[in-house]
Design a protein around this ligand. Structure first.
Ligand code: CU
Length: 162
C-alpha cells in the first residue's frame, strides 16, 4: 500500500513538472467562436468566412490561407456614399480580451479562387496569420464548418454580397 502511494505521488510530481515545462505560448492565442464559411454554388469564385475572435494578447490578423482557395484575404465592408463596398485590409487589430466580430456586412475572411464548390456540412481547414506586439508572426490552424447561413449563436449581420 505504501509503495503504491509513493508511486502515485511520484507520478503526480512528474506530471506537475511536465506541465510547468510547457512553454507559455502553447496556450491558444485566440478564442474563436461561431465560425462558419458561407457555402458556394458551382462557378462561384469566392466566399466569406465569419467568426468572433477574442485574443489573449494584442494581435493583428495579417493573413488567411486555406487549401480550398488560391487566395485568402482579410476584408472589410463599408458604405461608400450609398454603395456597400469591400476592400482588403493589411491588418485587422485584435485587442486583448475584446471580442471582434467578423460577420456578413462587416469584417470577414475572404476566400477567392476556390478550387471546388464549398458544400454545406463539410469542413474547411483555414490558417490565420497573426502578428504580435513585437512584430513576430505566428499561425493558428482552424477547421471551419461550411453553412448556408450563420449558425445559431454566431455573429449575424446583413447579407454579404460580392
Ligand atoms: Cu470580401
Amino acid at each position: 500500500m505504501n509503495t503504491m502511494n509513493r508511486t502515485l505521488a511520484s507520478l503526480m510530481l512528474a506530471s506537475a513538472g511536465l506541465l510547468a515545462a510547457l512553454p507559455a505560448h502553447a496556450q491558444a492565442p485566440l478564442k474563436v467562436e461561431g465560425a462558419w464559411i458561407r457555402a458556394t454554388v458551382p462557378g462561384q469564385g469566392g466566399t466569406g468566412g465569419f467568426m468572433t475572435i477574442t485574443a489573449s494578447e494584442p494581435f493583428s490578423l495579417v493573413g488567411v490561407a486555406s487549401p480550398v482557395a488560391g487566395v485568402g484575404e482579410v476584408h472589410e465592408m463599408k458604405m461608400e456614399g450609398d454603395v456597400m463596398k469591400m476592400r482588403a485590409m493589411p491588418a485587422l487589430e485584435l485587442p486583448a480580451g475584446k471580442a471582434v466580430e467578423l460577420k456578413p456586412g462587416g469584417y470577414h475572411l475572404m476566400l477567392m479562387e476556390l478550387k471546388a464548390p464549398l458544400k454545406v456540412d463539410t469542413q474547411v481547414p483555414v490558417t490565420l496569420r497573426l502578428r504580435d506586439a513585437k512584430g513576430q508572426v505566428r499561425t493558428m490552424d482552424l477547421t471551419i464548418p461550411v453553412a448556408a447561413k450563420a449558425p445559431a449563436g454566431a455573429a449575424a449581420g446583413a447579407v454579404h454580397k460580392h
